[in-house]
Design a protein around this ligand. Structure first.
Ligand code: 2PG
Ligand code: MG
Length: 398
């Protein structure tokens, strides 16, 4: 494809922080993409922005890099999405995008994929599948119903998650929306301090403890099972946020746990509450405990801050891989990790960030690579992507 125009602007993400939006013109059409930010970011993620003293300066610098170093190049010649990404990787030249920033690169990478899709006259998810040799297919939305940790709120566990298995994505999204609203009603009854506050990801904030929360979600599961759905309950412990270098400090619960105690506790939660999904139960570098937990629970144990979407950190393929494209910086690098995860027989969960934007592309990416789950929240700005899953669902049924 020939790129005839390129422009960048600074827009806002869900945390009211600046981020980059890129537009590329192909055959008279402007393909637009914006990039998210994490809060409980893993320490091994690529650097999101070029070095600067604060986020405002960093994003301004990213815009200048795009205008001065990236756009003049991509306005020349013919490009495949993969070639755009290879160019971005070469331009930066570091493994962690510390010169131009992974988000600077990713905005161009996603816009290029959308431009390619326009050029080929196919939907974005199909463009992803065609460009990188995936079989696209429906994903199960995995939604954050109750939360806390670094996303704001009381609970030590960052996210309490729910997924259902339905016949199509539209049905799953609508069923989960019912369950999310039902959860609010149960919280109102169980938590005298409940005021309807939400975390950064629009999950409910509660002062209830882990046990009470999981009991409420078990009641939700029973309700859904009565309607004929198979349900997956999960947690994202985001345990790197609890780790103080020696112990896991569960502030709200007023408990400190050694690694061994943490392992034991998570194992008990998993068994007692029949969890099907456990993300980041240990800190960013504890592969050993991760493997031990996976060997002793039925749930899939998923690495987010542990694997940071890096194919080399997947090791021998134990557990499931969380896939966040801005942990790596380009779609090309991200799909390499998805492929490696599949080769190793791992579950693939494509995930949003807490600082999302109004770009629906993540829904297409999840479907395009044929992920198992799409972790994209339940309400607020998250509905941009959920509604896109409903639309894609119709297309897949045709
Ligand atoms: C996570 C994510 C998304 P953040 O830990 O899985 O839910 O949070 O974007 O803050 O890293
Ligand atoms: Mg996580």
């Amino acid at each position: 494809m020939k790129i005839n125009g390129a422009r960048a602007r600074i827009v806002l993400n869900a945390k009211a922080a600046p981020t980059i939006e890129v537009e590329l013109n192909v055959s008279g059409h402007w393909a637009r993409a914006s990039v998210p930010a994490g809060t409980s970011a893993g320490k091994h993620e690529v650097k999101p922005w070029p070095p600067a003293d604060n986020i405002d300066l960093a994003v301004s610098k990213a815009k200048r890099i795009l205008e001065n170093e990236v756009f003049p190049e991509i306005l020349q010649g013919d490009w495949e999405p993969r070639e755009v990404d290879e160019f971005l990787e070469q331009l930066d030249g570091t493994p962690d995008f510390r010169k131009i920033g992974g988000n600077t690169a990713l905005a161009v990478s996603i816009a290029a994929m959308k431009a390619f899709s326009w050029d080929a006259g196919i939907p974005w998810y199909q463009a992803v599948a065609n460009a990188y040799g995936f079989k696209s297919g429906p994903v199960k939305p995995l939604e954050n119903f109750i939360g806390g940790g670094a996303h704001g709120g009381h609970t030590d566990i960052q996210e309490f998650l729910v997924a259902v298995k339905g016949t199509n994505m539209a049905e799953m999204v609508h069923t989960l929306s019912w369950a999310y609203r039902q959860t609010k009603e149960l919280l109102k009854r169980a938590d005298p301090h409940f005021v309807g506050a939400l975390t950064l990801e629009s999950a409910f904030v509660t002062e209830l403890g882990t046990e009470d929360i999981l009991n409420i979600l078990s009641a939700i599961r029973t309700g859904l099972e009565e309607l004929g759905y198979e349900v997956v309950l999960g947690v994202d412990v985001a345990a790197a946020e609890l780790w103080d270098g020696k112990r896991y400090v569960w502030k709200s619960e007023g408990v400190e746990r050694t690694t061994e105690e943490q392992l034991q506790y998570i194992r008990e939660l998993a068994t007692e509450h029949k969890l099907g999904y456990i993300e980041d139960p240990f800190h960013d570098d504890d592969f050993e405990s991760f493997k031990r937990l996976q060997a002793s629970v039925d749930a899939v144990v998923v690495g987010d801050d542990l694997f940071v979407t890096d194919e080399h950190r997947l090791q021998e393929g134990i557990g499931g891989a969380l896939i966040k494209y801005n942990q790596r910086g380009t779609l090309l690098r991200t799909v390499r990790t998805v492929k490696r995860a599949r080769e190793l027989g791992m579950t693939v969960t494509v995930s949003h960030r807490s600082g999302e934007t109004d770009d629906p592309f993540l829904a297409h990416f999840a479907v395009g690579v044929g992920a198992d789950f799409a972790k994209i929240g339940a309400a607020g700005i998250r509905t941009v992507k959920l509604n896109e899953l409903i639309r894609i669902s119709e297309e897949l049924e045709r």
